[in-house]
Each structure stands twice: as C-alpha cells, then as structure tokens.
Design a protein around this ligand. Structure first.
Ligand code: PAF
Length: 284
C-alpha cells in the first residue's frame, strides 16, 4: 500500500486535518514537477513535524498572460512516485476550480515595496499571485511550519513579510538551494534548456560567486560587485534581465553594504527558460 495520501478537495483536506488535531503540521508548497530542491524541502519538513503535507498546485494567479502557465510541466503520477520514499506524507493537489471556485480571486495580497523590484519588474502581478495563494494555503492547512527554497529569495522575503504582517501562526523555514554539479540551481524550468544552454546556465552562479568573492576581499560597493558579475555573464553571452544587490529582508536596493545581510540576485532568459539565482553576503 502506498504511504502517500493524495487529497484533491478542500473537504478531504479538512477531514484529514481534523484527524491530526494534536500533531505538528508542516507544509511544503510546490507547483509540482518535483526535483531534488523540492525533496530537500520535504526532508527538512520531516525533521520538524509528524504530519507533512506537500501541496502541488500550478497557480494560475502567478502567471502573466504571456507566461508558461499552459505548458508548465505537470506530472502528478511522477511527483507522487518521487515522494514515495519520504512517506508517510500527504499531497494536497487541488484543481484550479477547487482553489478559485468563483474565478480569479477578488482578494489579492500585495506588498508593493517588495514586489515592484527585481523579478517583479519583469513579471508584473507575479508576487501578488504567489502571496495570495500562499495565504490561501496557510488558511486551508494551518501549518505550524512552511518550507520554501532560498533560490527564490524574493519570494521567501515576501512570504516572511506577509506572515509577519498578517499574523499567520506559522514558522517560515528557508532551505538552501540545491545545485547541479555544475553549480546550476535546480529548477523545474531547467528542463526547458538545451544541453548547450544548460552549460551556459552554469555561469549564472559563477557570476554571483565572482561578486561574492570580491565582497569577501573587502569590496562593499554594490556597483563594483554587480559589475564583476556582469563581466562573467557577458563573457559567456548571457544578457541578464537584472543583477541587483538588495537587503535580504526588505529587498530595498543597497548601494554600500553595511551590517545587515544582503543578496546579490539575478534573472536571465536562456532559450525558453527564465532562470533566477542569488547568493547571500553578510559581514561577520
Ligand atoms: O515556489 C513555488 O513553487 C510557488 O511560487 C509557490 C510558493 C508554491 C506558490 O505557488
């Protein structure tokens, strides 16, 4: 018998949660197409809570009209199979109609100062969609812990902020990025890359590391660190959408690094894939 329970309706989810009333519940929100990065979230979740719920929902609200919602990779059977060895756990895989029974949500959660920057500039409305669905998942599942990858640094900062602002009783846990041996951050969208693009994509992380190395040698000016990253990207034919240095919590742009942690983050399109990555830098 499979140790994975797959629940597709809010009603089934509620009945399941009612039976776990005294347990600690951990939520791993995903859009499926699970890879090692997601499985690292599941592993962390298993350490913290007796009940682990992986949500698999490709959220239409966070895709722009010209983005890949329709073609986003979906394979529930394969996802359930890759979760098998982490059982027992539950998967919440609602349909769009189950999550948005009256059409697109009329309530939208927005954090303008954190969404109108970095990826938010090229993907207007994206983080409102993420914030709104995550708030819905928190209310449906009422987890004690929720796990998100640090690769999506902007998403993580936004979710931490909305959790504080709206008093969700959940601890947000950020999990380190899982990388391919080349350094390329794992992402469901990596499957859009050709072999050649995949080799090229490894230089995204190299560019960030070059900036970080300069920081470790004492450079504190954003302009110099960003220029260093640009040099590597240019040398490998990559034209980034942005390279930014921002405060890790507020996402405010930083000119000169002081004591609070910052992230050097970038996005770039390679062929059909839009890829993101970041490194954290902190003065000791
Ligand atoms: O990171 C993701 O996969 C999604 O943005 C999330 C957090 C599951 C919300 O749909």
């Amino acid at each position: 018998m499979s140790s994975i329970v797959c629940l597709e309706s809010l009603e089934a989810m509620k009945a399941f949660l009612d039976r776990q009333a005294n347990e600690r519940v951990a939520l791993v929100p995903t859009m499926g197409s699970l890879h090692q990065g997601h499985l690292a979230l599941v592993e962390e979740a298993k350490k913290r809570a007796a009940v682990v719920i992986v949500s698999i929902f490709v959220n239409p609200l966070q895709f722009g009209p010209h983005e890949d919602f329709k073609n986003y990779p979906r394979d529930l059977e394969k996802d359930l199979h890759s979760l098998e060895r982490y059982g027992p756990l539950s998967v919440f895989a609602p349909s769009v109609a189950e999550m948005y029974p009256n059409g697109p949500s009329r309530t939208v959660i927005t954090l303008p100062s954190m969404t109108n920057t970095m990826c938010g500039l090229g993907r207007p409305g994206h983080f409102d969609g993420v914030a709104t669905v995550v708030a819905k998942l928190f209310n449906i599942i009422r987890p004690h812990f929720a796990f998100f990858g640090k690769k999506d640094a902007q998403q993580l900062a936004i979710i931490r902020q909305l959790t504080r602002d709206l008093n969700f009783p959940v601890e947000i846990v950020g999990v380190p990025t899982v990388r391919e041996p080349s350094g390329l951050a794992m992402s469901s969208r990596n499957q859009y890359l050709t072999a050649q693009e995949k080799d090229q994509a490894a230089f995204l992380y190299q560019a960030l590391l070059a900036g970080k190395k300069l920081f470790e040698r004492g450079e504190r000016h954003a302009g110099s660190l960003i220029a260093e990253a640009f040099k590597i990207l240019e040398a490998h034919g990559i034209e980034p959408e942005y390279v930014s240095l921002v405060d890790a919590d507020t996402l405010a742009s930083v000119d000169t690094i002081a004591d609070s942690p910052v992230i050097l983050a970038l996005a770039a399109r390679l062929g059909r894939a839009r890829l993101i990555d970041n490194v954290v830098m902190e003065s000791l």
